[in-house]
Design a protein around this ligand. Structure first.
Ligand code: SLL
Length: 271
């Protein structure tokens, strides 16, 4: 890898949302017939992927992705090169679940070392209730196991900073960006405002290219949005209240027991 040119942009963190995971479907005559040549014992077709939120391009920061599959699978280490605007993805068939190592290789300008994520391939929905299991199914029987993640670039080199920020609206230039263009400037306005005035490029769902935006609302097949975030925040807040209640209850109980202990000790001393 070529040595990075330029300096790091101090006090700046840039993050970019992305989604990774697996989608699986059992073979069946009508909706998912087994293609010729697929071994008898294979029960599912499945896909593993890394892609932008709302399918927005991420190849300007992610160059290639290596998927390391189960060793029983022929040619189990696969490298997928980035193609602009397309997800990094791999189709396979099989019979069993296993952990997939997903190694992310960044663009050379970043001078970042590759980084590995691990994801469990799900062929069968799981959950305590039918509802929970059903939540893992999409569009008639696809078993989805998807995760939302944010890639953080801490103090990127100047050329990479330019690459990262050359497309979207800057956070100050429009309410459209919801302050999610992904610059977290810690050092008092170090983030330069170069893109001011540029025409935004909009993707299908309203997420700007080269931004850190996430969609406002959910759509089928797109569960990662502000809406989901709000639901999660509410759940966390409710859980926090519950934890505080439990803590107070426990404190009261401890106080009561300490009091009782004191009394018993006093009684014992008298006796
Ligand atoms: C299990 N520990 O027992 C796991 C192993 C391996 C899955 C799962 C083979 C595909 C192929 C395949 O599906 N292996 O031969 O192409 O569940």
């Amino acid at each position: 890898m070529a040595p990075p040119t330029g300096k790091r942009v101090k006090g700046v963190q840039i993050f970019r949302p992305f989604v990774y995971g697996t989608t699986a479907k059992p073979f069946d005559e009508k909706t998912n017939p087994k293609p010729p040549g697929v071994p008898e014992d294979h029960t599912h077709s499945w896909t593993v992927f890394v892609k932008g939120i709302d399918d927005v391009d991420i190849t300007y920061w992610l160059r290639r992705v290596q998927f390391k599959l189960h060793e029983s699978i022929p040619n189990h280490v696969r490298m997928i090169e980035g193609e602009k605007g397309k997800p990094f993805l791999l189709h396979e068939t099989g019979w069993g679940e296993f952990e997939i190592a997903i190694k992310l290789y960044y663009v050379p300008e970043s001078a970042e070392k590759p980084q590995t994520l691990y994801h469990h391939l799900r062929l069968h929905p799981y959950g305590r209730t039918d509802e929970e299991k059903e939540a893992m199914r999409l569009n008639g029987g696809q078993v989805i196991s998807w995760a939302y993640e944010e890639q953080l670039f801490n103090e990127p080199y100047e050329p990479f900073y330019e690459v990262l920020t050359s497309g979207a609206l800057s956070s100050s230039s429009s309410s459209l960006s919801h302050n999610r263009t992904g610059s977290k400037s810690g050092g008092g306005g170090k983030g330069k405002d170069k893109d001011h005035g540029k025409q935004p490029v909009r993707s299908e769902g309203g997420v700007l290219e080269k931004s850190a935006m996430i969609p406002l609302t959910n759509r089928p097949g797109l569960p990662f949005s502000r809406e989901t975030e709000q639901v999660e925040i509410k759940k966390l807040q409710e859980a926090l209240v519950k934890v505080e209640e439990l803590m107070n209850k426990t404190k009261d109980e401890v106080a009561r027991k300490e009091k009782r202990l004191k009394e018993l000790k006093a009684e014992a001393a008298k006796a």
